[in-house]
Ligand binder design. Sequence first.
Ligand code: S3P
Length: 177
Amino acid sequence: MVGDGPRHLVLVGLMGAGKTSVGARCAEALGRHFVDTDELVEAAAGNTVSEIFVAEGEGGFRARERIAVADACASPEPLVIACGGGAVVDPQNRAAIRERGAVVWLRGTPQHLAERVGAGAGRPLLDDRAPAETLERLAALRAAAYEAAAHVTIDTDGIGVDEIASRVLQELASCIG
Ligand code: S3P
């Protein structure tokens, strides 16, 4: 499905898709390090994602996110990488993750994702808005980008983290080395 050699396992999908929790399980199972691009951005900036949105706007955050995606993908060691939900909208990020990674879209319906994110705390695009409606709008806007980024799509509605992680590992056993 994707080229030879150990590739990063890259998880993409909307907020609430379970990228971080599933990614951590997969990393444990594979004996790999796990990185989350939001955490890389926060570590580099010394501020939370919400603080960056306030101080630098979404554009400032996206510029930082692009660097974080590129840095994670450049790691010679194969990693498990969870990408922030909006990262794949950027064609440069899509190219980077597809070049070095086996990319899995954790797809959920906006209703299920909204249940998982709750009030959306710590996620500036959801703050003070109705999460289900915002997620529905983002799902429509971003579906094509997730589709273009992903080698594999896994539907996650009603499935727990362990089961999603084992499906991810099953799908990718042949191509992540
Ligand atoms: C965003 C998703 C968030 C974070 C930021 C923007 C988005 O990451 O990068 O709040 O645009 O969908 P998670 O998907 O890990 O919540």
